[in-house]
Design a protein around this ligand. Structure first.
Ligand code: MN
Length: 286
C-alpha cells in the first residue's frame, strides 16, 4: 500500500516510487488500489446528475410515458423525523443515466431482466468512438459500419466483452432539456451498423450521450429503433445519457456500470464510472 499522505488522492510527491515500480510483490488489487491512490488511475464519473431537471424521453401522446425524477420528503430534521433527512423517489426505469436490459425490448423479451444481468458484465473495457464533429453539423447523424471500420483501422478492434461508447457531444446539452431532446433530432446508429455491432462483434452493449441508444428519428428506420432491436435481441445492453466521454481514451478505459437489480425490471437508473489510466510523469523530476 502507498501511504495516504496529506494530499489524499493527489498524484504522488516527487521521490515517491510509482505504483508501477512497486508492482513486484503486490497483488493485482493492491496495484489497482495504489494506482487509484496516486492518480495513475483516475475515476471519471460518466453519470449525469439526477434531479427534477433531468431530461426524460418524450413519446407520442398515445404512448405510455416515462416519469421524470420526482422526490417527496419523508422528513428533514423536523416533526416527521427530527434526526433524519430522506426522500421517497418516483421515476421510470429509464430516467436519466440508465441501463437498458435485454428484457426492455420485444426482441429480447425472454432474455435477461435487469436483475439477471451477470455482475461480471458490469465491469468491462470500453472503446470510445467520437463523432461529435459530425453530430454538431448534422443532429440526425447515424453511425455506419464504415465509420466503425475506419475507427478500428486506426485504434484496433472493439473490445471483446466490452462497451462501444458513442460520443456525439450531446452531454453539453444536458442542462437544457429542449436542446437535449432537440425536437427528436438526435444522433444514433444506422440499422445495418446496429445489426453488425450487436450480432457480429464481441461487445456487450452500446453507451450513448443522448436520451436513448437510438436516434431521435429511429421510429422511422427499418427496423424501428435498431439499437434496441438488435442489441436487446442479442442479450446485450444499452447505457444512456452519459457525460464526460471526452475525458476517455479511444481504448483502455474500464467501465463500472451499476444498475439496481430490480426484479423483472427492464432497466434501471445507473451510476456509471470509468477507470482511466493516466500517464503521470513523476519519477524524472530529480
Ligand atoms: Mn432506456
Amino acid at each position: 500500500m502507498v501511504d495516504a499522505g496529506p494530499g489524499g488522492g493527489a498524484p504522488a510527491a516527487v521521490g515517491r516510487v510509482s505504483s508501477r515500480s512497486q508492482a513486484v510483490g503486490m497483488t493485482v488489487l493492491e496495484q489497482v488500489v495504489a494506482s487509484l491512490h496516486d492518480g495513475t488511475v483516475e475515476v471519471v464519473d460518466l453519470t449525469a446528475p439526477l434531479s427534477e431537471a433531468t431530461p426524460v424521453i418524450r413519446l407520442p401522446a398515445d404512448h405510455g410515458q416515462a416519469w421524470p425524477f420526482k422526490r417527496e420528503r419523508i422528513s428533514r430534521f423536523d416533526e416527521r423525523g427530527r434526526q433524519a433527512y430522506w426522500n421517497n423517489l418516483r421515476m421510470s426505469e429509464h430516467t436519466g443515466t440508465h441501463f437498458d436490459a435485454p428484457a426492455h425490448w420485444v426482441s429480447g423479451r425472454d432474455l435477461d431482466d435487469v436483475s439477471r444481468v451477470p455482475p461480471r458484465r458490469l465491469v468491462a473495457p470500453a472503446a470510445v468512438l467520437d463523432y461529435s464533429r459530425e453530430a454538431a453539423v448534422d443532429a440526425d447523424f447515424l453511425l455506419e459500419c464504415e465509420h466503425v471500420e475506419a475507427w478500428a483501422a486506426e485504434h484496433g478492434p472493439l473490445p471483446d466483452g466490452g462497451w462501444l461508447l458513442y460520443r456525439t457531444g450531446w452531454d453539453a446539452r444536458l442542462h437544457d432539456p429542449d436542446a437535449f431532446l432537440n425536437d427528436s433530432h438526435t444522433p444514433g446508429v444506422a440499422p445495418a451498423c446496429a445489426r453488425f455491432l450487436a450480432e457480429e462483434t464481441g461487445i456487450i452493449g452500446i453507451g450513448v450521450e443522448t436520451v436513448g441508444t437510438d436516434a431521435g428519428l429511429a421510429a422511422k428506420l427499418e427496423p424501428a429503433f435498431p439499437c434496441h432491436w438488435y442489441f436487446q435481441g442479442a442479450n446485450k445492453y444499452g447505457l444512456t445519457q452519459l457525460q464526460r466521454l471526452a475525458e476517455l481514451p479511444p481504448q483502455g478505459a474500464v467501465i463500472i456500470a451499476g444498475p439496481l437489480p430490480i426484479v423483472d425490471g427492464s432497466g434501471s437508473p445507473a451510476r456509471v464510472l470509468a477507470l482511466v489510466e493516466r500517464h503521470v510523469e513523476r519519477d524524472h523530476a530529480i
